[in-house]
Design a protein around this ligand. Structure first.
Ligand SMILES: NC(=O)c1ccc[n+]([C@@H]2O[C@H](COP(=O)([O-])OP(=O)(O)OC[C@H]3O[C@@H](n4cnc5c(N)ncnc54)[C@H](OP(=O)(O)O)[C@@H]3O)[C@@H](O)[C@H]2O)c1
Length: 240
């Protein structure tokens, strides 16, 4: 999703810092692709769990381009852990999930806000998950981390108005490498979907672009991108 979001925002004229934790080759490939298409981008390594690294990412954006208009909190982590296997949900999984998905997004907002405000404000888009509502994500703590992100989106929207809008997206299952979902999960997702498909990374990117750049009257909102799966789940007739 980070690749698709970066490419679309760059194609629309944004100068993009492509942040990564470990995937240096992938980040550099995204940057090269954006540059080859005539856009501007730079790769930067920052673990979002680390406040010092996050602040250095924002500083490097300021050094290079002098401003920050959009922050997309896309970094996320999860380990597929069946909800009924309570003992499998280790302290390590618990801490890494919350520290990446929730604390990391907060660190990025906290570091970015002063630079956004220097040039009149901006827009923050948080990547939550439909599991914030369904509570059926890759683990119990993953769903909880994304529900907290939806809540935090509202708190930040109130706290940072009027010059910074804060919104979130809540994708349903999207076919990426995330959390180690098996191939069958995506097939089942398509079969069970009201629209008979699951969202693509391009669907996600276009919603991020809308919230970041066009949705001037929208703040504190979370948009589901799940082909109707969450809202229509209870009214769908059971299949035999
Ligand atoms: N795929 C789905 O079904 C789905 C559904 C709903 C929401 N989401 C959310 O969508 C977002 C993107 O996920 P994806 O599906 O595109 O999976 P992905 O390919 O695994 O991407 C996750 C990204 O997060 C980065 N990341 C993880 N921990 C980090 C850290 N501590 N600091 C900085 N970056 C970190 C990873 O970079 P490194 O590889 O360098 O660690 C990677 O680029 C996540 O927030 C996820 O929760 C996914």
């Amino acid at each position: 999703m980070g690749r698709a979001i970066s490419e679309l925002l760059a194609a629309e004229g944004a100068r993009v810092v492509v942040n990564y934790r470990a995937s240096s080759d992938a980040a550099r490939e995204v940057v090269r692709g954006i540059q080859a298409a005539g856009g501007e981008a730079v790769a930067h390594a920052a673990n979002v769990q680390n406040d010092v690294e996050v602040r250095s990412m924002v500083d490097s954006a300021e050094d290079r381009w002098g401003r920050l208009d959009v922050l997309v909190n896309n970094a996320g982590w999860s380990k597929l852990t069946p909800h009924w296997k309570l003992d499998d949900l280790t302290d390590e999984i618990w801490d890494r999930t919350l520290n990446t998905n929730l604390r990391g997004a907060f660190y990025c907002c906290r570091a970015a806000v002063p630079l956004m405000r220097k040039n009149g404000g901006g827009s923050i888009v948080n990547n939550a998950s439909a599991s914030a509502y369904s509570a059926a994500g890759s683990s119990i703590v993953y769903s909880a981390s994304k529900a907290a992100m939806v809540n935090m989106t509202k708190s930040l929207a109130r706290a940072l108005a009027p010059d910074i809008r804060v919104n979130a997206i809540a994708p349903g299952l999207v076919e990426t490498r995330f959390a180690g979902w098996p191939k069958e999960a995506f097939e089942q997702g398509r079969e069970g979907s009201p629209l008979r498909r699951i969202a693509s990374v391009e669907d996600v990117a276009s919603t991020v672009l809308f919230l970041a750049a066009d949705a001037n009257a929208i703040t504190a909102e979370t948009i589901l991108i799940d082909c109707g799966a969450t809202m229509l789940a209870t009214s769908r007739p059971r299949r035999r």
